[in-house]
Design a protein around this ligand. Structure first.
Ligand SMILES: [Zn+2]
Length: 153
């Protein structure tokens, strides 16, 4: 089904989140790959005269990205504050020989503050949404519609 993808300001961390907008059905998916926030709006059921939607929203607590040397990549959003034991476990898995440490990272997001616990998050994740938007426009030109800021991983 047709959807448009663009970037918009994450309501949780105010950096660039990705929107997948199914404009024909008004279904929408928003994912923030920086803090782990997501918002999902899907059709629950069609009733006689209307459509009933279901909404799900979850604030992020950070991201764990583990990329293996073979290119296999695992991205996990953190639902909760990490316990000391969980943190140790994630750090141990990042130290394995099959892991590409240069491309893997672990960031937590608590009370509006990002903490890099391991590795180097991608350049774009350090930008506020406005900075990201300016960078994308400099790179790809003005979008056709104002809100359609290009998506870049
Ligand atoms: Zn976010």
């Amino acid at each position: 089904m047709a959807s448009i993808m663009y970037a918009s300001k994450c309501p949780c961390c105010e950096r660039a989140a990705f929107v997948d907008d199914y404009y024909k059905t008004d279904e929408k998916y928003i994912y923030c790959m920086v803090c782990g926030y997501y918002y999902i709006k899907t059709i629950e059921e069609y009733t006689e005269n209307s459509i009933k939607y279901k909404e799900e929203v979850c604030n992020g607590h950070g991201m764990f990205v583990l990329e293996n040397k073979d290119g296999n990549c695992q991205k996990v959003r953190l639902n909760n504050i990490l316990t000391v034991a969980q943190l140790e476990e994630l750090k141990t898995s990042l130290m394995e020989r099959s892991v590409n440490q240069e491309k893997s990272y672990l960031i937590s997001f608590e009370n509006g503050v990002f903490t890099i616990l391991f590795g180097n998050p991608p350049e774009n994740s350090h930008l506020s949404f406005d900075e990201y938007r300016r960078k994308m426009i400099a790179k790809y030109g003005e979008p056709e519609y104002d809100f359609m800021v290009p998506v870049e991983g």
